[in-house]
Design a protein around this ligand. Structure first.
Ligand code: SF4
Ligand code: FE
Length: 490
């Protein structure tokens, strides 16, 4: 099988028997659960668009491992063009779903584990890279969604993994067997976790030499015994249980975050891609984070496009779109959004080939990209709220609009123009609420802040990657503090 249809993907999820909890109860049929289904729909779009000839160039690629046509989400980037197409694909999906579509974490983990395992093998004589290639062939041939798991529970932030009073604060090996290892721990904020087929685990941070049990990377199926999932709730999530579809804002799509507990889980040897090589943990983290910081220059831009569209629509509906300050505010939203896109494209175009053969983004520019993503979507959202007016937080519920006695009055007094139905205004305001305050705000705002690392993580990387001494010397040559060797003419 080269490319799965959305229906085949959904059928796969129905086969999984997972231990999932939400609102203090066990969830049996999660595929049809009204709170969960919008996030499954968003992931399903990554399968749907890959079937569409219009998007074939962005959504699919040729596997360097098998020569087959594969979904780009399972691809190992073979050029800077591939890196650019990745960002364009993510923008497209953000536009189509208006939320986090969840499949990028695995794609970014694939590429980071691929080039890091190669370097571990070169240095240590291990055979992780071939194992990982075999795994990637399986992923590509079955068009699997794989969730990259990095962020540990982390306990006391002032202590490293090996110093924690509870060693399980970071996922680690608790038992060694001839045929594999047993791991325990918890990965938090797992985007799209239960919408995936498999889990690809990586360490959370750089490790000390005596922290070998925490230097573990592996992949397992979602329904491996011992895995426990606790669904993260989001603002306004229970609106999805109320019936109707106006008040949820985004009718079909949503994001998903899941607390993922590894409660003594067995991992067979052929699925282990790092085990004890502490000196490579930092490299793996840095590269995964770099790829994911690039990703945000695509996905958040696509969601930003939908919010700009909503701002344009609501100003049209409310009859203010010709005012010069309204036009200027929408231009500002576009300027900010395209600046983010420029960063995503720039770090891709400036990428380079790794020793393993796949391409890595320019890490400095990827960190600059994500640093901007921690800010600009907030400003874009602020302007959208400014343009929408306050009604999106005071508007009566969908049920009041439909009430047999007062519905007519509610519609009469919320109509803004004789040509725009009250319901259109109602829906557009709810979408703006969803994107800037509701469920999608998790993916558009809070995830922009903390996903792929909180702002300080990028500042640390920027400080490490920028050569300040070189810049100082440039200035010293110009003003004559240092001789300028470039001047060799009289
Ligand atoms: Fe993909 Fe963006 Fe969601 Fe990360 S936040 S999984 S890059 S859509
Ligand atoms: Fe994310």
């Amino acid at each position: 099988m080269a490319l799965k249809t959305p229906q085949q993907y959904l059928d796969d999820l129905r086969q999984l028997k997972i231990d999932l909890y939400m609102f203090g109860e066990k969830v049996e049929n999660y595929v049809d659960h009204p709170i969960i289904r919008p996030s499954i729909n968003a992931m399903a779009m990554t399968y749907k668009l890959a079937q569409d000839p219009e998007y074939e160039d962005l959504m699919t690629a040729t596997s360097n491992l098998t020569g087959q046509k594969i979904n780009r989400f399972t691809h190992l980037h073979q050029s800077t063009e591939d890196l650019v197409k990745k960002v364009k694909m993510q923008r497209l999906l953000g536009q189509k779903t208006g939320c986090c579509f969840q499949r990028c974490v695995g794609m970014d983990a694939f590429n980071a584990v691929f080039n890091t395992t190669y370097e571990i093998d070169q240095a240590k004589g291990t055979n992780y890279h071939q194992r990982f290639i075999d795994y990637m062939k399986y992923v590509q041939e079955n068009d699997l969604a794989v969730d990259g798991c990095m962020t540990d529970a982390r306990g006391d932030r002032s202590k490293s993994p090996g110093q924690q009073p509870d060693p399980d604060a970071y996922l680690h090996v608790v038992e060694r067997r001839e045929d594999g290892v047993v791991v325990r721990g918890c990965k938090l904020h797992q985007t799209g976790m239960i919408n995936s087929h498999e889990i690809l685990v990586m360490p959370n941070n750089a490790l000390k030499e005596d922290e070998k049990e925490w230097a573990i990377s592996f992949a397992i199926p979602l329904d491996t015994p011992g895995m426990i999932y606790v669904y993260g709730r989001q603002s306004c999530d229970t609106r999805k249980l109320e019936g109707g579809n106006v008040d949820i804002g985004n009718v079909h799509f949503g994001g998903q975050e899941v607390m993922t507990i590894f409660n003594d889980v067995f991992v067979p040897n052929d699925r282990i891609f790092m085990d004890g090589e502490t000196e490579f943990a930092g490299t793996l983290v840095e590269r995964f984070a770099g790829y994911h910081r690039q990703s945000y220059g695509g996905c958040k831009v696509g969601v930003g496009d939908t919010l700009i569209g909503a701002a344009k629509a609501i100003t049209d509906y409310q009859g203010v779109s010709r005012a010069s300050h309204v036009k200027d505010k929408i231009i500002e939203m576009c300027h900010l959004n395209e600046t983010l896109y420029s960063c995503g494209i720039a770090c891709s175009a400036e990428g380079h080939k790794t020793a393993a053969g796949n391409y890595l983004i320019d890490l400095l520019l990827a960190n600059v990209c994500k640093q901007n993503v921690t800010r600009f979507p907030y400003e874009i959202a602020r302007i959208a709220q400014d343009l929408a007016g306050g009604f999106f937080v005071t508007m009566p519920s969908e049920k009041d609009f439909e009430h047999p006695e007062i519905g007519g009055l509610v519609k009469k007094y919320t109509a803004s123009s004789s040509t725009v139905p009250a319901e259109h205004r109602q829906r557009m305001l709810r979408l703006i609420e969803n994107l800037t305050m509701g469920c999608a705000a998790v993916g558009y705002l809070t995830e922009s802040m903390h996903g792929a690392g909180s702002p300080q993580a990028q500042r640390i990387m920027i400080a490490r990657l920028v050569d300040l001494e070189h810049r100082k010397e440039l200035a010293e040559r110009l003003c004559g503090v240092k001789e300028n060797p470039d001047i060799d003419w009289e």
